[in-house]
Ligand binder design. Structure first.
Ligand SMILES: [Zn+2]
Length: 74
């Protein structure tokens, strides 16, 4: 892991965050991937951003009352 280090942006791990754990990920410069020491998650920046978006959705939706599931399915 000689080439490893903290990524410039210090993304938190989306998988851990889904379990209410706030874990900073490390960045593998060779693979250009972020990785989490806690849960084995690895992913490039686009994947991290996509999963972060999913986490944000999850938390936003938690506060929504979903009353029309027909509408949700579209
Ligand atoms: Zn993790």
């Amino acid at each position: 892991m000689a080439q490893s280090g903290k990524g410039k942006l210090n993304y938190r791990c989306p998988l851990c965050f889904m379990r209410d754990i706030d874990m900073d990920m490390f960045y593998d410069r060779d693979k250009k991937e972020y990785y989490c020491l806690r849960c084995q998650y690895t992913g490039d920046e686009a994947d991290v951003l996509a999963k972060n978006e999913m986490v944000r959705m999850k938390y936003r939706r938690m506060y929504d009352r979903i009353t029309d599931f027909e509408e949700e399915a579209k």
